[in-house]
Write a protein that binds this ligand. Structure first.
Ligand SMILES: Cc1cc2nc3c(=O)[nH]c(=O)nc-3n(C[C@H](O)[C@H](O)[C@H](O)COP(=O)(O)O)c2cc1C
Ligand code: SF4
Ligand code: FES
Length: 584
């Protein structure tokens, strides 16, 4: 048997009984060969008993899969981040430098075949940006001269000290940095699995009444999902609990695609057991015995930690059959994606687990009623599971959580600050803190002029008195015409090239649209064309009017929050930086 056939067969056998088999097999081939050869596609299709078209359809959706061989020999793959935080820290100049010094362009090899240049929309290392990957190793704070040293020595670790991340902790981040993430004992010593034991005891003695008790606690806490939409978690769990189905699923959404957001990564790397405990509890309460963690491909560090702890938990009786002698079963698999922002959207994420292209599903039905494989599914963000554990640990935690925050945003939020600040990092603070207070803690640079809140679909705000007083809560940001999203805040200094910023984000929208609905698929491309005409001073006012109409159509007619959200960054850039962008 040929080497390649053996590899595909081994990977196929390893996927037995796991969800997300195409990701597993193709990621395995990619890691081994750096691309997906035609024979591997045929072999995979045959082994999984699906068509070649299905495998091609799937792999052509994801940025990380390439079907062409690597430049005919050994080459170094450079992957540079094009997203907001890196741009606020100098990636524009860095990208220009890389292209010029190595004679490269995106998606191209250098003329000598030694280098290949690719890009990513955020590595989740925004607090140490600009970030660049070379041959799979991630380098932080890369200035042009540092990049030259990396290329010369291919070893940056010897050149610089690791970047320190500021971590202000309160509820769910309190263990981070104080425990060994790979030690179940450390976690238990710091109160870990207390909530799980409480849930098991109540359900064993009271059955469904016990489950409802915890659902009601979650509802009372007013916990809102931290993935971006802010949906009440208690209601979601209650819906899944009430659905009559033999099979139900729990999914942890660790796709964390928003640029400027990295709280999921930090908690998964430092206190992964708190997230897993939340998933097990969700399973016991809603009646599911299987969960999966859907992790974005860029998080290699978190991947190896999660793999290790899942093994430890299975050995320790916390996962598998009859967990902790309770009579309940629950197991978890890790699924790693392959580079797609829209796969963070819950229905696209489920499609991709089902070996289909990551396109968004029409709703209703919502996933809580018909989710993965049409079964009732709890899908929550990483942080939401950790907050559920905090709240359900004991009543005093629930009361304390309720005492923090604002009327409609209870508890804390790990605000992630990056860009033009002296202390980039995570500030887990009660909702309602003002932007001014947060920027003071993060040490905003004197020339800080603009923030973007809530990721690439969030609004840009100038740092005027009006916006410095903005209260950071779901309702506070939305009152000002923005969204809080996952709590990422990127600070831009004066002198930021807003024209470049706009064009970069339009590229992002075009690249990441799943293509399912016309307003977004066509609208994103048309927006870029129209702006390019405007920048050439062609029919400026008329083209701006068409842009406005397209944004309006996208807002109301798009199938999901991606297309519907494009208006926010584009309109806010035009509202506050029109002169800079258009140079009237
Ligand atoms: C385009 C798009 C991307 C999204 N990306 C993420 C993501 O990376 N992580 C996440 O937790 N939620 C993401 N969401 C939100 C999810 O669809 C979903 O609301 C969330 O996983 C539910 O969990 P929660 O209730 O705990 O927030 C995204 C939504 C959209 C529209
Ligand atoms: S809005 Fe964009 S990302 Fe969402 S379904 Fe439509 S094409 Fe896909
Ligand atoms: S690592 Fe570049 S924006 Fe996050």
């Amino acid at each position: 048997m040929k080497m390649l056939d053996k590899l595909v067969l081994r990977l196929t056998e390893e996927t037995e009984g796991r969800q997300g088999s195409l990701f597993y097999i193709l990621n395995g081939i990619n890691e081994e060969l750096g691309y997906i050869p035609e024979e591997a596609v045929l072999q995979t299709a045959e082994n999984l008993n699906i068509s070649k078209a299905e495998v091609y359809g799937f792999l052509s959706f994801f940025r990380n899969y390439k079907t062409d061989a690597a430049g005919g020999g050994a080459y170094h793959k450079i992957v540079v981040c094009r997203s907001e935080s890196c741009e606020a820290s100098g990636s524009k100049q860095l990208i220009e430098h890389i292209k010029a010094s190595l004679n490269l362009d995106f998606g191209k090899y250098s003329p000598d075949g030694k280098y290949f240049l690719d890009y990513v929309y955020c590595f989740g290392h925004c607090a140490a940006s600009p970030a660049v990957g070379v041959d799979g190793i991630l380098y932080e704070k890369v200035k042009p001269e540092v990049f030259d040293k990396i290329i010369k020595t291919l070893d940056f670790n010897k050149l610089e000290e690791p970047v320190e991340l500021k971590l202000a902790k309160s509820l769910i981040f309190k263990r981070c940095g104080d425990i060994n993430p790979l030690s179940v004992g450390d976690y238990v010593d710091k109160g870990g699995f207390g909530a799980l034991r409480r849930v098991i005891a109540e359900i064993k003695s009271k059955g469904d009444e016990g489950k409802l008790l915890f659902i009601n606690e979650l509802k009372r806490s007013k916990l809102r999902g931290r993935g971006g939409a802010g949906f009440p978690t208690g209601i979601k769990w209650e819906t899944v609990f009430k659905e009559k189905s033999e099979v139900k699923y729990i999914i942890c959404n660790a796709d964390e695609g928003d640029s400027g957001a990295y709280a999921d990564r930090i908690i998964l790397e430092n206190d992964p057991l708190s997230v897993i405990e939340g998933m097990i509890i969700a399973g016991l309460i809603t009646g599911s015995d299987y969960g999966c963690i859907y992790l974005r491909a860029e998080y290699a560090g978190a991947k190896s930690i999660i793999e290790s702890v899942l093994g430890l938990l299975k050995d320790g009786g916390y996962l598998g059959n009859d967990i902790l002698g309770s009579g309940f079963d629950f197991d978890i698999d890790l699924i790693t994606g392959a580079g797609s922002y829209v796969c963070g959207e819950e229905t696209a994420l489920m499609e991709s687990i089902e070996n289909k292209r990551g396109t968004v599903r029409q709703r209703p039905p919502v996933p809580a009623v018909s989710g993965l494989y049409g079964k009732p599914t709890v899908i929550n963000n990483v942080l939401t599971f950790a907050y559920a554990v905090y709240i359900l640990s004991d009543n005093s935690n629930l009361e304390y959580f309720l005492s923090l925050g604002t009327e409609n945003s209870k508890g804390t939020m790990p605000f992630q600050v990056s860009g033009a600040v002296k202390n980039p990092g995570i500030f887990e603070l009660p909702f309602g803190v003002t932007l001014k207070e947060l920027l003071k803690l993060a040490g905003a640079d004197e020339n800080a002029e603009t923030v973007q809140i809530g990721g690439p679909l969030g609004a840009y705000f100038p740092l005027s008195a009006e916006f410095l007083d903005l209260n950071l809560s779901y309702e506070g940001v939305s009152e000002k015409g923005g969204l809080l999203g996952h709590g990422g805040i990127v600070v831009f200094g004066g002198g930021t090239d807003m024209k470049y910023r706009l064009l970069s984000s339009l590229d992002f929208f075009i690249d990441e649209s799943c293509g399912k609905c016309a307003p977004c698929r066509i609208g994103t491309v048309r927006l870029k064309e129209l702006f390019e005409r405007i920048l050439k001073k062609q029919n400026i006012e008329e083209n701006l009017k068409i842009i406005d109409e397209i944004l309006e159509s996208m807002k109301y007619l798009s199938l999901c929050g991606f297309g519907a959200g494009v208006y926010m960054p584009v309109r806010s850039l035009l509202a506050y930086y029109k002169n800079e962008i258009i140079e009237a």
